[in-house]
Every structure is written in structure tokens, then in C-alpha cells.
Design a protein around this ligand. Structure first.
Ligand SMILES: [Zn+2]
Length: 352
């Protein structure tokens, strides 16, 4: 054999081996694709049918763990393109949880307040702090920032509490709500809302051992400080509290104040194919920071996911936070905020 013939034969063998390797590496992908095609057609046709409101809904991405017939309520994936990033929200939550247990008035609670203040400044906000005294002799703060709306006459309040219940580092309760709110703050810079959005990071939501009924102290201080004019300008108040763990999404109230915001969010969620159900706070007081706003006659709700098996324990850590509840909550809120036209504001007001 000549040298040229040897080279030609070697090249052929190499080409054959490369082709064979490519074939082998493609096979699993092909199988996954055909399995996907084999499983989904009936489910896909069922879940992409327009809802009565005319929205097209898409399958949720957890089909791997459920049969097609058991698919949970499907969720549209960010149809308006706001770009809500649940991973960024979770990173903020991790940074806040890393300060450790954050009881009202503690150094760690203050560090969490400084963290959100610094992030808000980076985004171009001018955050204010509102200091208030606690029954344990210490003081706590609310951090407040305003995302200006196109119509500066009305205002929506979105809030999350900074503190946690010792010994819990409070990644879900409630660094998750703070992280989500920071991610909303980022998006509202690029997508100015129709109305002003007031972002409030409340201090001291959890019970203190001192005092009677000593919880929701930051939100009570803030709600009490609203003038009649400020109260009238508020179209609603949302407490974002425990939104990082769970499979059941609830909108909660005490049923003591206007219920128009609760009803609107339930309708919005249904139109978007998001499973959201109402849960009433048991007992005399509310269970989150919506309480003082609801009692002042403002349409107010609490958004919460259940159930967190690590609630108020040392195991409430950032590594347990889940993308799905964070994304679902963030995207629902963004659609709600940007849908606030005059008709919907009237509907919220009429519930008062
Ligand atoms: Zn909480």
C-alpha cells in the first residue's frame, strides 16, 4: 500500500468513528424528544386551549413529576416579558438570611435593613428609613422607597417584613418576600408602573416576648402614620410574606376590611391559569402585615405559599427556597401592577 492509500484508509476509519460517536451521543436526546412527544399531545391540547377570558395558558414545567391528567394549574411564562428573575430574588433572600436570626430591634435586623437600603440606592431609588420604638426597649426601622408611576395621584403599597423569629434565620419567613420585593424594585425601574408603587420593608412583624399583642409593629407604625389623604390615595396594600416554599398559593385577609383586592387577585390568577385560593386568617388579629391596613379600611391582602415544614425553625435556610413559588408570585404581581388602569382602580375603590 502506498503512503497515500494508508492515509486515505486512516481518514475513512476516523470519519466512521466520529459519525458513530455522534450517533450514539444523539440517541438519548432523540429518545427524550420522542417520549416528550408521546406523553404530551393530549395534555398539550388540553392546557393550551384559550381560557374563558381569552388568555392562552401553557403547561407548567413540572410534568416530570405528575401525569398529564394531574398537571397542576398551568402558568403563563412571563407573557409580558418583564424578565422577573427568581434566582436574583433568591440570591437577595440568601444574603438577608445570612445575617442570621433577626428579631425586632436586633443588629441582624438592622443589617438586613441596611442591605435593602444599599440595593435600592444601587437601583436609583432614594430610600427613607422610618424608626420606631419597640416594647423591648430597642428600636426598629421600616425602609421605604417609591417607584414613581405614570399617574402620580394613586399609590399601591407592596411590603415585606425584614425580621425573623429566633432561632430561625428566616430564609422563607421572610427573606423570601424581601428578595422578591427587591427584584420587583429592579423591574419597576425599567417598566414604570401606571400608579406610584410604594415599597416598604417592615421591621418587627414577628411576636416579641415583651408586650401584649406585640407583632406587626413596623406595619402598624406605618399604617398609623398615614394621613387621611395618603390613606385615600392608596388603592391597595400587599404583604409578601413566605413566598419561597410550598405548593399551595394563598391570598389571605382577616375579612375585616374591603375585600376588593382579594377578589381581583383571585380573578387575575384564574385568568392566568395560576392556582390561587383564599385563606382567612384565624383568630382576632391578622397573621401578617396586611392587618393594620385592612383595619384602616384599605383593600389589603397577604400573599403566602404553604406549607413550609421548616417554619420558624433553624432549618428555614436559603438552600431550601424554591424557584416556582417565587416566580409565580413575582409574575402575578407584575401583571397586577401593570394592569392597574382606571377601571380596575375604580373596582378596588368600590370595594371600600
Ligand atoms: Zn412572616
Amino acid at each position: 500500500m502506498t503512503l497515500r492509500a494508508v492515509l486515505a484508509r486512516t481518514t475513512l476509519v476516523v470519519l466512521f468513528c466520529v459519525a458513530l460517536a455522534m450517533c450514539v451521543s444523539c440517541t438519548p436526546a432523540y429518545n427524550e424528544y420522542t417520549e416528550y412527544r408521546a406523553v404530551l399531545p393530549s395534555a398539550a391540547s388540553a392546557v393550551t386551549a384559550p381560557s374563558p377570558e381569552g388568555h392562552v395558558v401553557e403547561a407548567a414545567d413540572d410534568s416530570a413529576t405528575t401525569s398529564p391528567l394531574d398537571l397542576p394549574a398551568p402558568l403563563k411564562a412571563d407573557p409580558a416579558g418583564y424578565g422577573f428573575d427568581p434566582a436574583a430574588a433568591i440570591r437577595h433572600a440568601g444574603a438577608i438570611a445570612a445575617f442570621g436570626p433577626r428579631p425586632g430591634g436586633s443588629v441582624a435586623e438592622r443589617q438586613a435593613a441596611q442591605y435593602v437600603t444599599a440595593r435600592l440606592r444601587q437601583l436609583g431609588y432614594t430610600p427613607q428609613t422610618q424608626e420606631f420604638a419597640l416594647p423591648n426597649g430597642l428600636s426598629s426601622v421600616n425602609v421605604i422607597a417609591l417607584a414613581p408611576g405614570r399617574d402620580g395621584t394613586r399609590r399601591l403599597l407592596l411590603g415585606a417584613h425584614l425580621d425573623s423569629k429566633p432561632p430561625s434565620p428566616g430564609a422563607n419567613d421572610n427573606a423570601s418576600g424581601c428578595g422578591l420585593l427587591l427584584e420587583l424594585a429592579r423591574i419597576l425601574v425599567n417598566h414604570p408602573p401606571p400608579v406610584d408603587v410604594e415599597l416598604v420593608f417592615w421591621g418587627c412583624e414577628e411576636f416579641l416576648p415583651q408586650g401584649v399583642d406585640s407583632h406587626h409593629l413596623g406595619s402598624r407604625h406605618h399604617a398609623k402614620g398615614l394621613s387621611d389623604d395618603e390613606r385615600a390615595r392608596l388603592v391597595g396594600a400587599v404583604s409578601i410574606d413566605m413566598v419561597g416554599v410550598g405548593s399551595q398559593f394563598h391570598v389571605r385577609t382577616m375579612e375585616r376590611g374591603p375585600q376588593s383586592l382579594r377578589r381581583m387577585l383571585l380573578l387575575d390568577a384564574r385568568a392566568d391559569g395560576v392556582g390561587l385560593s383564599f385563606l382567612k386568617d384565624r383568630g382576632r388579629t391578622g397573621w401578617s402585615d396586611h392587618e393594620p391596613y385592612e383595619l384602616r379600611g384599605i383593600p389589603a391582602v397577604w400573599l403566602q405559599w404553604q406549607k413550609d415544614p421548616n417554619y420558624h425553625t433553624v432549618r428555614d435556610t436559603a438552600d431550601r427556597l424554591q424557584v416556582r413559588p417565587m416566580r409565580t408570585t413575582g409574575e402575578l404581581l407584575l401583571r397586577f401592577i401593570h394592569g392597574l388602569d382606571e377601571a380596575r382602580i375604580d373596582a378596588l375603590d368600590n370595594g371600600r
